[in-house]
Design a protein. Structure first.
Length: 264
């Protein structure tokens, strides 16, 4: 479909909103998509449907304004895995145009029943023990209130069946300005008094360590009080649901998770 016919297929409001960035694509229609596939699809999915990075194929992005989107692509987002860009100004404009156009593409089709998935989330999956939804639930795992905006279906399916597939493998120190997942770390400690604990690192500095156990209790230690400190990089306390859910049930849970945050 050429640009003229494409614009004619849109509503007047949508066409006007996209007129500026789409003009850039008119000069080289494939360039924005090519750059996106090369630099962005690895995290955001080949169609912007989300993966390790947020879903971009939405009718309204949090940073949908052209100027804001250009700034995000250029500067990245502090405290997240979104890096600064090495593209030049013209290339960034072309990527921006392509991303803004993703909002008029048909939404990702996800098999499964979200309502049944919600029931499985609360019952058989017991996910609320570790994860919170809208302020209710555990705190040892990431908050899932808007997980559907931040992750795609394929990524979520892998996370449920192989939780350790995409955990940070580096050995960077705790950064108070960086959120999960980059700060995620499972730790085990043995105190000099014999106390043994395991949990997720909440905070750490040169002299102290705080961890949250499976009961959501936070424990704080001076490192001088510890006989052993083990940092289990690439490990996760989350169990695999590969054998817990049937294929149909897994489809339902993924459909539910994908729906979270998209209803607004």
């Amino acid at each position: 479909m050429n640009l003229k016919r494409y614009l004619q297929s849109l509503s007047l409001g949508t066409a006007l909103a996209l007129q500026g960035p789409l003009f850039l694509l008119a000069n080289n229609p494939a360039q924005g998509e090519r750059l996106f596939q090369l630099h962005c699809a690895g995290c955001h999915g080949p169609k912007g449907e989300g993966g390790k990075g947020p879903n971009l194929a939405l009718s309204r992005l949090v940073r949908s304004a052209e100027e804001k989107l250009i700034n995000v692509i250029t500067e990245g987002i502090d405290g997240t895995e979104m890096p600064t860009s090495r593209l030049d100004k013209n290339q960034i404009q072309q990527v921006t145009a392509f991303v803004r156009g993703l909002g008029v593409v048909a939404a990702e089709t996800v098999p499964g029943n979200a309502q049944r998935g919600e029931e499985l989330y609360s019952s058989k999956g017991n996910c609320a023990q570790c994860h919170a939804l809208k302020g209710r639930g555990g705190a040892s795992g990431p908050d899932l209130t808007e997980i559907g905006l931040r992750r795609g279906a394929a990524y979520l399916r892998v996370a449920l069946t192989n939780p350790e597939a995409d955990l940070p493998k580096g050995f960077s120190s705790f950064d108070s300005d960086t959120n999960i997942p980059e700060n995620f770390l499972l730790v085990r400690v043995v105190a000099k008094n014999g106390q043994r604990l395991a949990g997720v690192r909440v905070n750490e500095d040169t002299f102290s360590l705080q961890l949250r156990d499976s009961s959501d209790r936070v424990h704080s230690f001076f490192k001088s009080e510890l006989a052993e400190l083990h940092k289990d990089w690439g490990k996760s306390p989350m169990p695999s649901y590969r054998e817990v859910f049937s294929k149909t049930e897994l489809d339902d849970v993924v459909a539910f998770l994908v729906s979270l945050g998209r209803e607004r």
